[in-house]
Design a protein around this ligand. Structure first.
Ligand code: APR
Length: 174
């Protein structure tokens, strides 16, 4: 099976996906926020925040895993993307690390499926196309060398990201 057969694009709310793990675009406190972070905490319920309090935060580019609590997904991978400051402060390396560390955590648990939001492209201001290219390149390289996860879902939440990922994945226009 080629790596492209293992990548899917879904446009919608990541908290509603029936996958083993969803990725949260968190901040370093891991204590919740707005955007997808807020949506995940709302859907998961207070037990997620309680578990996150025990993690002691997370550095940019790193990832930590918790249970999914009331979410359909059994696991939440919390990763902290870089705040985009022009692109000359190592942001690309940090963003790539978010995807790689998240994949490594689910591979270590031999999970079947993981869904990513577009990390750092909201509040953190990362240009969407550059961020998508980094995400795609890291996922392609990781799947080329690992059996798990079997499936990677890019969960886009807006038309612009949807068009960018459709182009990247060679899915053409709607
Ligand atoms: N499902 C899927 N994607 C979503 C959802 C959702 N329910 N809600 C938002 N998104 C998308 C946004 O449209 C954006 O494309 O997630 C992407 C990431 O945007 P943010 O959530 O703003 O995350 P980020 O840019 O990484 O900024 C992280 O924002 O919410 C705070 O606590 C968080 O401080 C941290 C910062």
């Amino acid at each position: 099976m080629s790596f492209m057969d293992r990548i899917e694009l879904i446009c919608g709310d990541i908290t509603r996906l029936d996958v083993d793990a969803i990725v949260n675009a968190a901040n370093r406190s891991l204590l919740g926020g707005g955007g997808v972070d807020g949506a995940i905490h709302r859907a998961a319920g207070p037990g997620l925040l309680a578990e996150c309090r025990s993690l002691g935060g997370c550095e940019t580019g790193q990832a930590k895993i918790t249970k999914g609590h009331r979410l359909g997904a059994s696991w939440v991978v919390h990763t902290v993307g870089p705040v985009y400051r022009g692109g000359n402060e190592g942001e690309a390396t940090q963003l790539a690390s978010c995807y790689r560390e998240s994949l490594a955590l689910v591979a270590g648990k031999r999970l079947d499926s993981i869904a990513f939001p577009n990390i750092s492209t909201g509040v953190y201001g990362y240009p969407k196309r550059e961020a998508a290219q980094i995400a795609f390149d890291v996922v392609r390289a990781f799947l080329g060398g690992h059996e798990f996860p079997r499936r990677v879902i890019f969960c886009v939440f807006d038309e612009q990201n949807s068009a960018i990922y459709r182009d990247l994945l060679g899915l053409g226009s709607d």
